[in-house]
Write a protein of this length. Structure first.
Length: 146
């Protein structure tokens, strides 16, 4: 059976990513992750890259409110955005298919996070320009279960 909606996987609480701007300097990531840890928050996924003199990371945690507080208190420049989560088969082409469906729907992908694995499925989180359009575009993409 094909999962009809990404929410099937993660239905408890809407998950968010924090897109954080960093300087491309030693310790920048440590400063942010230490601030989050000091609030007793667990980081569940992170991705990032540098470009020139700046960097951007995407972080998902187990406590949106405390993460937001930690980032605000640290003076970090960040955005909090909804994650559109979908289980994809762990096989060649799954991410390509989902990405193409988003592109065909006119949805821009701002970040991608790997959120976990269950059996032969990898839970992928897209931070997209329009989460509602992203959910609709991915509605028939999910992995087969069973």
């Amino acid at each position: 059976m094909v999962l009809g909606r990404a929410e099937v996987w993660r239905s408890v609480e809407m998950q968010h990513a924090f897109l954080v701007e960093l300087a491309d300097t030693p310790g920048a990531l440590a400063d942010i992750t230490e601030a989050i840890a000091a609030k007793g928050v667990n980081i569940t996924s992170v991705s990032g890259t540098t470009c020139g003199q700046s960097a951007r990371i995407a972080i998902a945690t187990d406590d949106n409110a405390q993460t937001r507080a930690a980032l605000a208190e640290s003076g970090a420049k960040f955005e909090q955005k909804e994650i559109t989560s979908i289980p994809l088969r762990h096989e060649p082409g799954s991410l390509a298919k989902a990405s193409r469906q988003l592109a065909s729907a006119g949805v821009n992908i701002e970040s991608v996070l790997l959120l976990g694995m269950q059996g032969n499925d990898i839970e992928v989180g897209f931070v997209a320009s329009d989460p509602v359009m992203a959910r609709n575009a991915l509605a028939g993409t999910g992995s087969a279960t069973g």
